[in-house]
Design a binder for this molecule. Structure first.
Ligand code: PEP
Ligand code: MN
Length: 417
């Protein structure tokens, strides 16, 4: 049942709160003991503990405050700058405009991976000193994208402070390994954008390859996943994927890139707020002194002045409070959720027993398992019923795809007995 929250493994539970009903601790004490504020699923005691565990990856990773870039870790890590370094003047002007933003890293693309040829593919190595000079002028370290060993050597030679691996490179283990090999023995922070396809394994694989050559200053950048056809986003956020990454690697800083997720200026603010509300560690936002004239990603870049406004409007929420009333209320509500989830699981179990009886009837009458007309009827009726109680079509469709798949599994088992 991968959709259920599971308990943390025993070694992660040590020193964590007993958040079980009936344990004699105040809600604040209980919460204070939890480093994440996340609670085990139900009021099980130790002897009833589930055998299921969350797979935590064992990587040696340093938080961004230990990257040696002057970041203290008290605020979200803020990275801003143009999509591409175009000219010395454009880079300097963009950086100067961002001076008052309070950002921690100035970004600028030097080698641009463009989807189609004949687009601007970056100025190449000659732009590295322009970026570094702009960063020096405002007292901010700089970062750029590298896609092969040559990029790494050039960037290191120009004293670029932090590197990132782009989405089109993360998909290719050969390229990631080449970059990792070029970085062996070098102490530089490297951020890894998610692969363009929604594949958590590839993303983790890239992080592992870096860690295996001794790089410990590692971060991830969530820039969304490409999809075929019309979507509201340039790259679909599929937040569940970076959330799962955070669960597997709790110490990994994950920065969200609302520019590449949204693809438009208007979406930067709401996506940034969502990223902070989901407790991600920072933001990477594209900002250009003259966005309309930008040589790449013009639609998703904002002026430095607009970015300062966006930042001012962002609400920073905490991950805990000293208000005991909040935890009392939260615990009551979570107890209701636990009880409803227990009923849901019971009901789903009963539903599958009925599915097995149907499977038996089909077997006795030599009838196929899949009955398309019935499946169509269920899909339409359940989506309509869901709508009436405020459930989105997307959710109900996903839920019933899973339920139907499980039903087929049960019926297939009966059919082959
Ligand atoms: C970029 O940051 O400008 C870029 C090319 O990003 P991505 O790798 O996310 O497409
Ligand atoms: Mn870009």
């Amino acid at each position: 049942m991968p959709c259920l929250p599971r308990e943390l493994p025993v070694h992660k539970l040590q020193g964590m709160p007993c958040l079980f009903v009936g344990v004699n601790r105040s809600p604040i004490e209980r919460h204070a003991l939890s480093p994440t504020g996340s609670y085990p699923f139900t009021n099980r005691n130790k002897s009833q503990k589930s055998k299921r565990k969350i797979e935590i990856m064992e990587l040696d990773i340093k938080g961004a405050k230990d990257w040696g870039i002057g970041y203290k870790g008290d605020l979200p890590l803020l990275i801003a700058g143009p999509c591409s370094v175009e000219t010395p003047e454009q880079t300097m002007e963009s950086a100067m405009g961002l001076k008052g933003l309070g950002m921690h890293l100035l970004r600028g693309g030097i080698w641009k991976p463009r989807t189609r040829p004949n687009s601007f593919e970056g100025v190449g190595s000659m732009g590295l000193p322009w970026l570094k000079d702009a960063g020096r002028a405002i007292g901010v370290p700089v970062t750029t994208e590298v896609a092969n060993a040559k990029h790494v050597y050039e960037a290191l030679r120009s004293q670029i402070d932090v590197l990132w691996i782009g989405a089109r490179t993360t998909v290719n283990p050969f390229a990631v390994q080449e970059i990792a090999d070029a970085l062996r023995g070098i102490d530089i922070p490297v951020m890894v954008k998610n692969p363009i396809n929604p594949d958590l394994g590839l993303w983790m694989g890239a992080l592992e390859r870096l860690n295996k050559v001794g790089i410990t200053k590692i971060g991830a950048i969530h820039r969304g996943f490409s999809a075929y056809g019309e979507t509201k986003y340039r790259n679909r956020p599929q937040w569940e994927i970076p959330i799962e990454l955070k669960r597997k690697l709790p110490q990994l800083p994950i920065v969200v890139d609302p520019s590449h997720i949204g693809g438009t200026r208007e979406m930067i603010q709401p996506l940034s707020q969502k990223a902070l509300d989901l407790a991600f560690d920072g933001l990477m936002i594209e900002s250009h002194c003259n966005p309309d004239k930008a040589l790449s990603d013009a639609k998703q870049q904002v002026t430095p002045a607009r970015l300062i406004e966006i930042k001012t409007d962002l609400i920073l929420r905490q991950n805990s409070t000293s208000d005991a009333g909040f935890y009392t209320q939260l615990e009551k509500l979570r107890a209701s959720i636990d009880s409803l989830d227990t009923q849901l699981i019971e009901l789903l179990g009963q539903r599958m027993q009925v599915a097995e009886r149907i499977g038996q009837c089909k077997k006795e009458n030599n009838i196929t398992i899949l009955q398309q007309a019935r499946w169509d009827e269920i899909s339409i009726q359940r989506t309509e019923a869901g709508e009436k109680v405020g459930l989105s079509d997307e959710f109900v469709v996903g839920l019933y795809n899973s339920i139907h798949k499980e039903s087929i599994r049960h019926q297939t088992k009966v059919m082959n007995e």
